[in-house]
Design a protein around this ligand. Structure first.
Ligand SMILES: O=C1C[C@@H](O)[C@H](O)[C@@H](O)C1=O
Ligand SMILES: [Co+2]
Length: 300
């Protein structure tokens, strides 16, 4: 059991959001990266507004920060694996240049993530044929990621065809463990399944990347009752940083330690930055990690 094999990061999503680029648009790359240093994190994930690799590397070097990975919206079912592979090669090339560890993949065919549909009741479902195309396609993308020294980690996500526990089971059963790994996102599985330990216990061997996202239970229930879409739900404050919501992260953290998890745990809490001050929330998360998870004394 060793915390030193874990790198703690925080995602840009509290400052700028790729799903709604207008919010937080005033937050520059320098501002974001410097806030991450102030809050005491080791790295971050690439956001849609990040510059070319050379420029980014310089900004990272100046602050001794690292890149964990970057989100990739795959459309294997909609466009076929050849087209998805081409786009994925470009994605991985960039990630290799910025010395990342993982490529985060989420199949977005039929996704309602950016639509006005009720995210709690209107998610899409894949047919048997589509499941086969997806799993075979992911095996291919996983081999591409390996060529760039990256791990493909699949992100289960609300409002997509791979959201529920059963869907994650199906994806993992039908993909090659050598090439396709899992990203465990506490927030997404909590909203979908009502808790976040079953997925972790069942699939801990496949998990190679982690997002710690907390939930405000009362806001989630309100959003559910009103049938809100995904984007409206996060703007209303459904997600927050660990220590500020209803998930007790000591459980997943201890389970990961017990299994000698090696890799990143990235704090990822999309909120409206004009309501939830990004640095304030980053500091809040860091304090919770230090005082409750790692139990390291913090000077106040
Ligand atoms: O990892 C993530 C990336 C975002 O684009 C997504 O919407 C968010 O909820 C998430 O978990
Ligand atoms: Co996530």
């Amino acid at each position: 059991m060793n915390n030193s094999n874990i790198s703690w990061g925080i995602a840009p999503i509290g400052w700028r959001n790729d799903d709604i680029p207008e919010i937080g648009a005033e937050n520059t790359l320098s501002h974001l990266l410097s806030d991450i240093v102030v809050a005491g994190f080791e790295g971050t994930e690439v956001g849609g507004f990040f510059p070319e690799a050379e420029k980014l590397n310089k900004e990272l070097r100046l602050r001794n920060l690292k890149i964990a990975g970057q989100w990739f919206s795959s459309f294997i079912i909609r466009d076929g694996v050849e087209k998805a592979s081409k786009a994925f090669h470009t994605h991985c090339e960039y990630l290799q240049e910025v010395n990342a560890d993982v490529a985060v993949v989420s199949e977005q065919t039929y996704s309602i993530q950016g639509t006005s549909k009720n995210v709690f009741t209107e998610k899409p479902y894949f047919t048997d044929q589509e499941w086969q195309e997806l799993c075979q396609g992911l095996n291919k993308l996983g081999k591409i990621a390996d060529q760039y020294n990256l791990k493909l980690v699949y992100h289960h996500h609300l409002g997509t065809g791979v959201e529920t526990l059963e869907e994650v089971d199906r994806l993992l059963e039908n993909t090659d463990p050598e090439h396709v790994h899992l990203l465990y996102d506490t927030g997404h599985i909590y909203v979908s399944a009502g808790e976040c330990m079953t997925l972790l216990d069942k699939h801990i061997e496949r998990i190679q990347h982690v997002h710690f996202k907390d939930i405000r239970q009362d806001v989630m229930e309100l959003c559910k009752a009103e049938g809100k879409p995904f984007l409206q739900s996060f703007l209303t404050g459904m997600f927050t940083v660990p220590g500020d919501g209803c998930i007790d992260f000591t459980e997943p953290y201890q389970r990961l330690l017990a299994k000698d998890y090696e890799g990143w745990i990235v704090i990822e809490a999309e909120q409206d930055p004009s309501i939830a001050h990004p640095l304030e929330y980053a500091l809040k998360a860091r304090r919770y990690i230090d005082e409750t998870l790692i139990k390291r004394k913090v000077m106040s």
